[in-house]
Structure formats: structure tokens, C-alpha cells
Write a protein that binds this ligand. Structure first.
Ligand SMILES: Cc1ncc(COP(=O)(O)O)c(C=O)c1O
Length: 346
């Protein structure tokens, strides 16, 4: 998978259950990198972590779990297309340095949860290098798109990351749970979860020649998750996967076109991948009622978010069984479910 994604051979990979746990490990490694004494003494300085205001909540959770403290997480403002602003990141870093704090980690997102926006990885990697920050890329959802030749560029800059997570259980047809985590610094990852002394009951296992993934993660026991991904990769092959993903991308663009042409609806965000964020040109309450009405039919399931203060409907395409007809039928269902009080203006 690393080769298909165009990531460097020097990236060491291991499988976690979820992106949340993978990102927690990234933050743990970042802390080990910046503050090796913290493993013994606990952290005494204010280590500062930066991520976009649109990053997934797992980054905040990870920072809290690692003991960074929620007050030491900076949510960097995003631009009008929901991407982290590198100028705002640079300003926050400088402010923190001036205040005697220690910036240590930046988490960029490729495919944010609400709108699938992509943070500018190259500019963020430049800043990370300038300030010696650990760069973790959360590509949980959008990462698999880099398997397509024409989308390979989305990981530009990720080659310079210190770690990256990609979730085949989101957009690579793999059943829950499978999250692929790569790092350029397996030695740091290992140190971050190792103890000064190996307990006696594990000494025999340590003598084996096999690579012990438990040396690189908090969990000791592991399920054989790789098998289900192996089946997906073998069954579809790279070209087969590319065809399915292209189909999803096409369906999303097709739906986005319908929404653009419909005077009753508007797109709420760009559509770079296979998620379409849109809303009825009405109140938040009407949009919420529309969502409930559509989902109550049991024929489709839309989710929602809030963008720029607006309640927004999210239609995510990621299942191998989804067809163009499903999307067409869903759009018809949405159109015929617009709030009755105002009626359709079409
Ligand atoms: C960008 C992003 N990161 C992380 C996660 C968390 O994923 P997981 O359920 O694998 O922990 C999500 C879930 O929606 C996500 O969209």
C-alpha cells in the first residue's frame, strides 16, 4: 500500500485499529522526539500542538491523553475553503515561542471530516522543518485517493512528514477496523512506548527474531487485521481499486453539478473527493427537518455538519455497492422532501 500511495520506502508501517489511536501514537512519538526526559519526569514545559480548526476531534483527544493539555492545542484558523492557513500557523508558532512555550507538533489533515478539505502540506512541511516540529498527516479518509495517478499529487509534502495515517476502513472497502500508520522514525516510536526493563513474562517473546509490533504501540496483543486488507488489495488490484475510486469521484462531481444547477439548493464546500456538502436554501431548522425526513425513509443515510454557521447535509460516497442510480434516486428523494411549509421554488 505504501508503494501504491507513493510514500517513501523509508516509512515504517504498522496497523492500528483506528485513526484516533494512530494519531495518539503520533503525538506520543512527537513528545518523545521533543522532550525525551518527559517519559521519566512527566512533561514540565508547555509543549504546543497545532492543528486546523477543522481537524478531527481525535487530535484533541490524543493530545489530552498524552498529557499535552487541551489548553496547549492551537486550532489554526482555516481559509474560505476550510484549509489550514500557513500564515496563521506561522503567527501562532511565533507567538508561542515569544511566550517561552515549546511548539512540538503540527497535525495537518488531508480530507477534513466536515468538508474533506486538504491542508496545504508543502507549506506546512516547510514550517514544520523551520521550527523542528513533528509533522503528522491525518489522511484517514482522503489518503487512498493518492492510489490514482491523477490524484498522486495530494500527498505532495507528505513524503516529508514524520508520520501519516490512512484508513482503509473509510475509503478502501475494508471492514472496520483497519488504520495504516507510517512513520519515518520507528526508533522514536519504539522509544516512546518502551520501558527501561522488559518484564520477565515478556522476555522470551523479546528473544524471538520476529518484529514485535507491540514494541511500537501501546497494545501488547493484536488482531491479524492485515489479512482483510490483503484480500482487498489482492481481489481488486491497483487498477480495480482505481476504477472504483474514480467511479465514486465521478458520482460526487455529477451530484455537485445537479446541486449547482438547482435554484433551491447550494453547495456548501468544494468537492475535492467523494463527499458532497450542500444545503437547501432555507433556514438551519428547515435543513435539519429535511435531513430527518430523508433519513426516516430508510432508503439512504445522510449525515450533517455545520460550516460557516450553516447546518449542512453531507452525502458521502464510499461503498463498493453504490451506483450512479443510487445517487440519482437519493437526489430525487432529497428534492421531493424539501420543507413543505415553504415548498420547492424550482
Ligand atoms: C479526518 C479524520 N481523522 C480521524 C477520524 C477518526 O477515525 P477513526 O474512527 O478511525 O478513529 C475521522 C473520522 O471520521 C476523520 O474523518
Amino acid at each position: 500500500m505504501r508503494q501504491w500511495l507513493g510514500l517513501p520506502d523509508t516509512f515504517f508501517g504498522l496497523i492500528h485499529d483506528t485513526a484516533s489511536i494512530a494519531s495518539l501514537h503520533a503525538i506520543l512519538a512527537a513528545r518523545e522526539w521533543a522532550s525525551p526526559e518527559a517519559r521519566r519526569t512527566g512533561e514540565r514545559r508547555s509543549l504546543i500542538l497545532y492543528t486546523s480548526e477543522h481537524a478531527h476531534s481525535s487530535i484533541d483527544k490524543g493530545a489530552v491523553a498524552v498529557g499535552i493539555g487541551s489548553e496547549n492545542v492551537r486550532h489554526v484558523p482555516a481559509d474560505s475553503e476550510f484549509r489550514m492557513r500557513p500564515d496563521a500557523l506561522a503567527a501562532l508558532i511565533e507567538e508561542d515561542v515569544a511566550a517561552g512555550k515549546k511548539p512540538f507538533c503540527v497535525v495537518a489533515t488531508l480530507g477534513t471530516t466536515s468538508s474533506t478539505s486538504a491542508d496545504p502540506l508543502v507549506a506546512i512541511a516547510d514550517l514544520a522543518e523551520r521550527h523542528s516540529l513533528w509533522l503528522h498527516v491525518d489522511a484517514a479518509y482522503a489518503g487512498p485517493a493518492a492510489i490514482l495517478e491523477e490524484y498522486g499529487h495530494i500527498l505532495d509534502g507528505a513524503q516529508r512528514a514524520d508520520s501519516i495515517v490512512i484508513n482503509p476502513h473509510k475509503w478502501l472497502f475494508t471492514p472496520m477496523d483497519l488504520s495504516a500508520f507510517y512513520t519515518r522514525h520507528p526508533d522514536v516510536m519504539r522509544r516512546s512506548v518502551s520501558l527501561e526493563e522488559t518484564p520477565a513474562y515478556l522476555a522470551a517473546a523479546q528473544q524471538e527474531r520476529a518484529l514485535n509490533y507491540s514494541d511500537y504501540s501501546l497494545a501488547l496483543g493484536r488482531r491479524f487485521r492485515a489479512l482483510k486488507l490483503w484480500f482487498v488489495l489482492r481481489y481488486f488490484g491497483r487498477e480495480g481499486i482505481a476504477q472504483v475510486l474514480r467511479g465514486h469521484l465521478r458520482m460526487a462531481q455529477d451530484l455537485a453539478g445537479k446541486i449547482r444547477r438547482d435554484p433551491d439548493f447550494e453547495l456548501s464546500a468544494p468537492v475535492p473527493f467523494s463527499l458532497v456538502c450542500f444545503r437547501y436554501r432555507g433556514s438551519n431548522g428547515e435543513n435539519r427537518a429535511l435531513l430527518d425526513r430523508v433519513n426516516a425513509t430508510g432508503r439512504t443515510y445522510l449525515s450533517s455538519t455545520v460550516l460557516n454557521g450553516n447546518f449542512v447535509l453531507r452525502l458521502a460516497i464510499g461503498n463498493i455497492a453504490t451506483t450512479q442510480d443510487d445517487i440519482g434516486d437519493t437526489w430525487e428523494l432529497i428534492r421531493s422532501s424539501v420543507p413543505r411549509s415553504t415548498g420547492s421554488r424550482a
